[in-house]
Design a protein around this ligand. Structure first.
Ligand SMILES: Nc1ncnc2c1ncn2[C@@H]1O[C@H](COP(=O)(O)OP(=O)(O)OP(=O)(O)O)[C@@H](O)[C@H]1O
Ligand SMILES: Nc1ncnc2c1ncn2[C@@H]1O[C@H](COP(=O)(O)OP(=O)(O)OP(=O)(O)O)[C@@H](O)[C@H]1O
Ligand SMILES: [Mg+2]
Ligand SMILES: [Mg+2]
Lengths: 260, 260
């Protein structure tokens, strides 16, 4: 049965998609796990980030989430050119879907039931979330066993972590879930801005203790260039600091989540 | 009657808030205009960015937007410590408000009517939007005369510009508006990544021609540090490249929008 992890943060541009994509690729290339990435962000940036490896799927996430009767997410899944890596197709219609889900009974559980069968086809399922705490992120949090929270070295991202963890508590309390925080990952860390790195890093450590992961993702233009090229960092520049950092993250999380 | 401009981009973290705040401060400090910034993003980052200058207001934007009868936005406005600059208070409740507006008749026009009176109290009204094209951004676009679109040097931000301009066309066609694109502003430009700067900048020029503003906002840690300190860039480090760039932007827009 797959481990399901949402990658969520309210703040825009902190590296949710970059983290989801490169963590998925780090695990997929080690050939230990079959990985599925669900892109529940209407912007469809998982597909953009890997556009050299994209194939069509027969259905969209919207078809699955708004169906009258429960549907299997596998209809919206395609296998990429990369070994062990499958994705859901980009779906801009998800913006409308967020609104249309609002009035459905049990709207928070739709994704969870849609992935029930997929959990026996994959070892790890990652869910890339949009930069807000709406119905799509809510569905991801309810469907997931764990949530990974990227946070960059800004006061705004730091404040957003508290909001997200508040939502996690609410999901567990009101919806009877058992969502665990896999960790908070420091992203886009610029080695030259030491004062703000220490300030934000220190505040994260003081407030969240062990939830703060040891791995730090440095600012590395190779990561942005790989995304622009539509390739995983391991295809684009395997020897880059960005590639090594995401490999380290995959190892640290394997330990924490008792994977494999 | 005030000029009303929304600052909108679907992509997260491209500098919407940084642009809104520093453009507002650039104009306010020249003492030519009375500026109001409406923060319609549930994250409330305008207030976070200027938290050394914040005061309380008697109502929230949610109170205004969800009221039974039309209400005056001035009830949610406070004057900051900075001359000529007023803001709406941060309002995390806006996330729920987005959803609750969905079923209202004429939901896209609520903000527009709420600012009708405020337009005679200010010269320029700026609206900071969340990173999505939901009801809050829609209200901002309908309330506004112009929209400014920040775009950073990433393929994902570049793709988001097309989506936003599509929404602008839809707003004008279906809702009978006359929303004009004030310009697309290149943000967070790292002088060292010349290849991607030329690629994205070139693609923006090819696709959007004159809509692309001449002013470029460089990556400048002073901007992030000012935000962390809760001060405008002009208070924090007036001689920084970031301050000069936002001053240039205010001048370029004055020309384009025939202000003053
Ligand atoms: N460590 C890094 N070094 C350099 N660039 C990075 C790094 N992490 C992310 N980026 C770049 O920063 C931008 C934002 O990253 P990304 O899109 O992954 O964030 P996000 O949180 O998914 O954004 P959104 O909130 O819009 O979904 C992208 O252009 C990406 O290529
Ligand atoms: N030119 C710049 N130089 C350095 N840092 C910048 C610059 N512009 C923005 N930043 C920083 O980048 C981060 C993202 O900027 P900002 O919050 O303004 O983007 P946004 O589009 O409003 O994000 P969101 O989509 O979450 O609303 C912030 O931490 C900000 O301080
Ligand atoms: Mg993303
Ligand atoms: Mg913002």
């Amino acid at each position: 049965r797959a481990l399901v992890m949402a990658i969520a943060a309210q703040k825009g541009g902190v590296g949710k998609t970059t983290t989801t994509v490169n963590l998925a690729c780090a695990w997929a290339k080690q050939s230990k796990y079959r990985i599925l990435v669900i892109d529940i962000d209407p912007q469809g940036h998982v597909s953009s980030s890997l556009r050299e490896n994209i194939k069509p799927a027969s259905s969209t996430l919207t078809d699955i989430l708004l169906a009258e009767r429960p549907r299997d997410i596998l209809d919206a899944v395609f296998q990429t050119n990369l070994p062990n890596l499958s994705l859901t197709a980009a779906d801009k219609g998800l913006a409308e879907t967020d609104a249309q889900m609002a009035s459905r009974v049990g709207r928070e559980y739709i994704l969870k039931s849609a992935i029930a069968n997929a959990r026996s086809h994959f070892d790890i399922i990652l869910i890339d979330c949009p930069p807000n705490l709406g119905n799509l992120t809510l569905n991801a949090l309810v469907a997931a066993d764990h949530v990974l929270v990227p946070c960059d070295m800004s006061i705004l991202a730091f404040e957003g972590v508290a909001d997200l963890l508040g939502t996690v508590r609410t999901v567990n309390l009101r919806l009877g879930q058992n969502l665990d925080v896999a960790g908070i990952i420091r992203t886009r860390v610029d080695g030259r801005t030491r004062q703000i790195n220490d300030a934000i890093g220190g505040a994260l450590r003081d407030n969240y203790g062990d939830l703060l992961l040891d791995t730090i993702i440095p600012i590395n233009s190779a990561l942005a260039k790989a995304q622009a090229a539509g390739l995983s960092i391991f295809e684009f520049q395997a020897r880059s600091r960005g590639a090594e950092a995401y490999l380290d993250l995959s190892n640290e999380l394997e330990g924490r989540l008792s994977l494999g």
